[in-house]
Design a protein around this ligand. Structure first.
Ligand code: ADP
Length: 416
């Protein structure tokens, strides 16, 4: 029988709740929480001969409308070995009444010798208040020593958006081309595995080859090296990915590809700020992230979430780009700010990050991207191409200012 050596982190959490109740007279009564914790107390880590609660492995428990989320802290080297434990935890919680879905992620444990005891109070609803966001796995704190990196790749930047359809991929492609036009060796990794559009936008078809049977050669057009899941599966095939499959596919596209020497790798992230994105942001050693947003308030709210996600994972946010910012009347300098003006700039100012520029809504941007000849390559003298180049210059000056030694290490999250 395992002996309980104490209450671990859970004990501290429990104590913190009790303290809060005593201090503030707060009522914290969520029987479901208690049930979940009780169920997890029955899941033993056979190697350490104790249950996951006693071992303090369960972090960031959240319950929202029957959906339970938590992280299991592990040594990243044991990711594969701990997969059965993760599944056992999911099974234990899934059996409980009223549980619709259980999401458990394996996360690298923080250095317990320096980690201050946090008090991860479970969130009881779905809205992510700043306080609750602190309850999520604090992987940024674990970011440090062992950075996997991508051999030969100097800097990785993410192009992200809070939601789909804001022009993230179009922006990523044109930025990659603008970075290449500035003389950098550029790769473009299409991590938007749910809707890979980069092959079409770069006008690349066919399948990558593997001369040695181990590593794939990237595809290439306009001087940009590119890898996308879209080369391996049909763009129209609906893909249902489970978390571990996502990370495994992305890992392969990063490390099992002959990228050669690159100054910048642009990663077109999947849209949104969910678990897949968080895992991705934690896994990839990123020098910075760029958030693409449209001017509408709803998109801006989503951009804020994106920003919060990168901050949580300690990836520096290089700035916000406003896409489809205004309609430029062809043949004149007239600009129509159809969706209002200045929202992204204001948000950037409020959030203390840089505003990188406004990209017009322009038929030729869409047509050229759809045709596989993005505007920066096919109409480099156009005003729109000039906007992309200016943004690329801003990004480059930020990247160049970052000493390589201070480049972000990849936090050690392992499997979703
Ligand atoms: P996301 O990657 O955010 O889902 P896409 O880059 O696929 O979005 O863009 C969605 C659609 O909007 C595409 O048809 C694209 O051509 C179009 N689009 C993106 N940016 C612009 C722009 N600045 N002007 C006109 N059309 C645009």
């Amino acid at each position: 029988m395992p002996t309980r050596t104490g209450f671990g982190r859970f004990g501290r959490w429990f104590q913190a709740i009790r303290n809060r109740q005593q201090t503030h007279g707060e009522i914290v009564s969520n029987p479901q929480e208690q049930e979940i914790i009780a169920a997890l107390s029955g899941v033993n880590d056979p190697e350490r001969n104790a249950d996951v609660i006693t071992l303090g492995m369960v972090q960031g428990l959240q319950i929202s409308d029957g959906v339970v989320r938590f992280a299991l802290e592990i040594d990243p080297r044991e990711a594969e070995a701990k997969e059965p434990l993760r599944m056992a935890c999911i099974d234990a919680v899934r059996k409980l009444p009223g549980i619709v879905k259980v999401v458990a992620v394996l996360t690298a444990h923080s250095d317990r010798t320096t980690n201050t005891p946090t008090s991860p109070r479970p969130a009881t609803n779905g809205s992510a208040t700043p306080e609750q966001s602190n309850l999520r796995p604090q992987v940024g704190q674990a970011a440090a020593a062992d950075k996997p990196g991508i051999p030969g790749v100097s800097k990785v930047i993410a192009v992200a958006s809070g939601k789909g359809g804001v022009g993230k991929s179009t922006t990523a492609v044109n930025l990659a081309l603008a970075l290449a036009a500035a003389g950098r060796r550029v790769g473009l990794l299409d991590a938007d595995i749910y809707g890979p559009s980069i092959p079409r936008m770069l006008g690349i078809s066919g399948k990558p080859t593997s001369p040695d049977g181990h590593k794939l050669n990237p595809m290439e057009n306009f001087g940009i090296k590119c890898m996308s899941i879209g080369f391996l599966v049909d763009e129209d095939t609906p893909m249902i990915w489970r978390g571990p499959m996502v990370m495994s596919a992305l890992n392969q596209m990063m490390s099992d590809v002959n990228w050669g020497t690159l100054d910048v790798m642009v990663v077109d992230m999947p849209p949104g700020t969910g678990d897949a994105q968080l895992t991705m942001a934690q896994k990839v050693p990123m020098a910075g992230a760029v958030i693409v947003s449209t001017p509408q308030e709803i998109a801006l709210i989503d951009a804020r979430r994106g920003l919060a996600m990168f901050e949580r994972t300690k990836v520096p946010v290089l700035g916000i780009i406003e896409n489809m910012s205004y309609f430029a009347v062809p043949g004149s300098d007239e600009k129509h700010y159809i969706f209002g003006h200045g929202g992204a700039r204001d948000t950037a100012a409020k959030l203390g990050c840089d505003f990188l520029g406004e990209i017009p809504i322009y038929q030729e941007i869409r047509e050229t991207a759809d045709a596989g000849t993005p505007i920066v390559a096919s109409a480099p003298d156009s005003a729109a191409a000039q906007v992309y180049r200016e943004i690329a210059e801003k990004i480059l000056s930020k990247l160049d200012a970052t000493d390589r030694a201070t480049q972000r290490d990849a936090p050690r999250i392992v499997i979703e």
